[in-house]
Design a protein around this ligand. Structure first.
Ligand SMILES: [Zn+2]
Ligand SMILES: [Zn+2]
Length: 346
């Protein structure tokens, strides 16, 4: 029994081995499933759009008469797919990368300090630049604080390093970071792990994700309009064609409802500077526990929230301080007419 061998399995293994030799990326099951997902997504888009060009003669005629219309539609199609790959391939902002950047900056700063001290003894000047404000701290070249000290400064005094250390990565997590079990890394401003994109959504790629949903929604609406126009002009000419288009239109409608809800939800969390994780697990996150539901602790006003979300440089990791009790009290105050006039939220 011990020498039993399955010939079919042997053939399968050999084929798999050959495949892995030709394409080394296929040897890793995680990368293989991610690649299959991306191929399936592209195929799905091609099917939904391709059916239109195969069945709708009027669309072909329209393309000849008004080429810019089809060119615009196809541009949206290409842009959506490009945005998908752009988002899927971008880093969500891993805490380990931020920590490396901070430590590197620190060692550079120490070297500069050593050099400055030597020159200071000659010309009598010493300049040490440390960046950071009340609302947030940017780890830039001028920030010379070591990671643990830098992070612990963001928590209330007396907080223990142990309670904010990730047990999987052994890294001190800044506020709003969370360990992702799918990526096996801690992510800055963790939103959620997107199975569809095969990556986490965090500080580094949330903006790109929002644009992807917007483009996908627009493509879905436009494709739906083209399907409805086809059915209006060609209904009951060929039952099998109608059947295919109706089936695809029904699937598209379900996707559209889901996308619109997702777009609205993510627009809301962007305007209030929250993450999906913070919204869903608010009562379980220690520093958010006890804060009233209508208070958005990290919000800096709609305009600043949008600006930070859209204009954040992916090369610069931003970690935010926890709001002080006074700031929370200010935010908890009920809205008055004077606040509207003063444009309090902006
Ligand atoms: Zn972790
Ligand atoms: Zn993840």
């Amino acid at each position: 029994m011990g020498g039993f061998c399955c010939p079919a399995r042997d053939t399968w293994d050999q084929a798999g081995g050959r495949r892995c030799m030709l394409l080394p990326c296929l040897s890793d099951p995680a990368r293989r499933s991610s690649l299959s997902l991306k191929v399936a997504l592209v195929m799905l888009h091609i099917v939904f759009v391709g059916v239109l060009f195969l069945l709708d003669r009027e669309l072909i005629d329209k393309t000849r008469k008004i080429p810019w219309y089809t060119a615009l539609y196809l541009s949206l199609f290409v842009a959506t797919l490009a945005q998908y790959f752009f988002t899927a391939g971008s880093s969500p902002g891993y805490v380990i990368d931020a920590m490396r950047a901070a430590n590197e900056t620190h060692s550079i700063a120490v070297k500069t300090l050593m050099t400055s001290k030597q020159s200071a003894s000659r010309n009598g000047s010493l300049i040490i630049s440390v960046e950071g404000g009340q609302s947030g701290k940017s780890i830039s070249r001028s920030n010379a604080t070591p990671w643990t000290k830098l992070v612990m400064d963001l928590y209330p005094p007396g907080s223990s390093v142990r309670s904010w250390t990730c047990t999987y990565c052994n890294i001190v997590q800044p506020p709003r970071a969370k360990h992702c079990h799918d990526c096996d890394k801690c992510v800055l401003q963790f939103d959620h792990h997107c199975v569809w994109l095969g990556t986490c959504i965090g500080q580094g790629n949330h903006c790109r994700f929002w644009w992807y949903i917007l483009e996908e929604t627009a493509l879905c609406i436009w494709t739906g309009i083209l399907y409805i126009s086809y059915l209006k002009a060609n209904f009951s000419r060929a039952w099998w064609k109608d059947g295919i288009v109706i089936l695809l239109l029904a699937t598209l409608s379900i996707c559209l409802v889901f996308l619109l809800l997702l777009l609205l939800f993510h627009s809301y969390i962007v305007l209030t500077n929250q993450t999906t994780y913070e919204l869903v697990r608010r009562r379980r996150i220690p520093y958010l526990r006890g804060i009233p539901e209508r208070v958005y602790p990290f919000s800096k006003g709609i305009c600043t929230n949008i600006y930070n979300f859209c204009c954040a440089r992916s090369s610069l990791y931003t970690i935010e301080t926890l709001p002080t009790t006074r700031e929370l009290e200010e935010k908890s105050k009920p809205y008055t007419c004077l606040d509207v006039l003063k444009c309090r939220c902006c």
